[in-house]
Design a protein around this ligand. Sequence first.
Ligand code: ZN
Length: 341
Amino acid sequence: MAIDVLERGDLPFPRSLPEFQRLFPNESACAAYLERARWRDGFVCPRCTVADEPYRFANRPTVLRCRHCQINSYLTAGTVMERTHTPLSVWFWAAYLVTSQTPGISAIQFQRQLGLSRYETAFQILHKLRVGMVRPDQDQIGGKPGEHVEVDETYVGGRTRGEGRGVHHKTIVAAAVEVRHRKRDSALNDRRNSRYAGRVRLAVVSDRGADALCGFVKSVVAPGAPIITDDWGGYAGLTKYGYHHASVAERGDPHVAEEFMPIIHLVFSNLKTWLRGIHHGVSPQHLQAYLDEFTFRFNRRFYPFNAFRSLLGIAGDATSLTYAEFYATKSRPTTSSSLGG
Ligand SMILES: [Zn+2]
């Protein structure tokens, strides 16, 4: 699995609300967490690269000042909390709720949970965290030994009732999901139960034609990966694009679907349940954003820790931040020579 941030024993992730409160009781605890995420082995000035204990300020826990070049480093730089006036503890709490609670939490519920006096603050936090979730995962899935990818499309949303046969107002969603295998360590592991979903990719497609469906596959599945689809003609060209393609004649038989493409049907079922649970439903123009949010949650469902840090924008790796991101404009040295070129 492509993990965006690595598990680190020195950055514990709370497994419960009481544990959360114990780990992040105040601003300085949150700041210390950000500091450890960025500098695993202690502070190193990003400007002069001297590794030395920085100056700290009791009333500004997110600022570290280098003793050698006097430059301030801001712990929230490059994170979703950059330049925020909201306490870090509120952000941490918000990210925890979003990554661990059922989706579809409203800003008003959020405001109550966080004990915020202003609705707008809750709304802004939720919005910023959601932006992090709907930033699509870009890398292609599939292609690992022993894995294959199931691809299918389905209709989502809209109403057909009372409007006769057809798929009025519905949007077509294409999906690709990695299928992995558990080690057969027990007799209970029958063939179907030994499979489980890896990463998923979802996209709204314009129609069920070959251009749309093969185009989707090419953009999200690694070249050469083994792919299983049903025998719909829209997928017939996949071999031509270099995939090891097997098609299954489903013909509406649920047993065939269950046997050969169980995982993608599970994904669709989860997706539809989740979409139905979202307040007011989802309009077609917003569907892709919700698909991206579903994807974010789904792909990190075993890694709430990664989801938490990923939402807050904590890279957990100093090298992933650019030089400029460490500085607010005001803290830049006034002479260019002191920047060292
Ligand atoms: Zn320095």
